[in-house]
Design a protein around this ligand. Structure first.
Ligand code: NAY
Length: 292
């Protein structure tokens, strides 16, 4: 396919009432990704409430996901954490669990120099010895990684991908132009059609848990030159995503997955579970999707 990096869902992290990883729900979510024909899972990212998970609970999550996936999906662990030593522990946990690749946001909160951020990624890779997916998501991190940063690191590290979650398509064109053999996953679900049109090699996102099949279909339409069919699918997806975003991510997605019977909507503190009224709005949005 044109999209050699594939399409991965960012996985929701399901909790039991006592705040443990819900292993049965993990299996259901992983099976759901398989049923949608997706290529893999991105675990512990923003969708997975990663920055709210301790190293212990992240290790449990990685073990549980790897067991449920049973070798049939590409597994990428987002290991970023406020404390660098925790990020490194998370990376080691991912490797032990059998994940194929690790990924991380750059270090957040402080304004770090590019040199500091480069050392961060190098140390992380040394800790786990897995290929690294660099993660640019400026809307949440407040850090916008420049293209030269990606070029430099892909020269001297084992970089297996870049998750590019920004609406800056001008930067994306330059990134794709300058990279040698590093796949780019586009990460803004509302603009997947744009990200793929300029040459991204796949996609990763939260709403793939629901719309994975539609995104694969959208990509096939693009590859075969049927632009208007691809645009129509994007518009249909966005009518649904608009409701999720207005309710609030990632808890709105978690609520949808509860409605679908896959896991509990219960989030990690300080997130609140969605209100009853919002739950109704999400039910209606899901029904509309099913009606086509
Ligand atoms: C993750 O787990 O790190 C992600 O899923 C990142 C990508 C998502 N971005 C954010 C800000 O959550 O899938 C997107 C996003 O939820 C989607 O485009 C709807 O806005």
């Amino acid at each position: 396919s044109h999209y050699k990096a594939g399409f991965l869902t960012a996985l929701t992290t399901p909790f039991t009432a006592s705040g443990k990883i819900d292993g049965k729900a993990v299996s259901a979510l992983v099976q759901n990704a398989k049923n949608l024909g997706l290529d893999g899972l991105y675990v512990g990212g923003s969708t997975g409430e990663g920055f709210l998970l301790s190293p212990e609970i992240r290790a449990e999550l990685f073990e549980s996901v790897a067991e449920a996936a049973d070798g049939s999906l590409k597994l990428i662990a987002q290991v970023g954490a406020i404390e660098v030593a925790h990020a490194e522990r998370n990376a080691v946990s991912a490797a032990k669990a059998g994940f194929h690749e690790v990924s991380s946001t750059p270090p957040i909160y402080f304004k770090h120099t590019l040199a500091e951020m480069k050392d961060y990624y190098r140390d992380l890779q040394s800790a786990c010895d897995l290929p690294m997916v660099l993660y640019n998501i400026p809307a949440l991190t407040g850090v916008s990684l420049p293209n030269q940063f990606f070029f430099d690191l892909s020269e001297d590290m084992n970089i297996s991908g870049i998750k590019y979650t920004s609406t800056d398509i001008i930067q994306l064109v330059g990134l794709l132009d300058g990279l040698k053999d590093v796949p780019v996953y586009y990460g803004v679900d509302e603009m997947l059609v744009a990200g793929l049109s300029v040459g991204s090699h796949g996609g990763i996102g939260s709403t793939y848990n629901i719309l994975g099949r539609e995104y694969r279909e959208l990509a096939e339409y693009l590859a075969s030159g049927n632009l208007s069919a691809a645009d129509e699918l994007q518009a249909r997806a966005n009518r649904f995503i608009d409701v999720l975003v207005s309710v609030g991510m990632p808890t709105a997605l978690k609520a949808c997955l509860e409605i679908r019977g896959l896991c509990s909507a219960r989030p990690m503190r300080p997130f609140h579970a969605v209100s009853k009224d919002d739950m109704k709005r999400l039910e209606v949005a899901l029904e509309k999707l099913d009606q086509k």
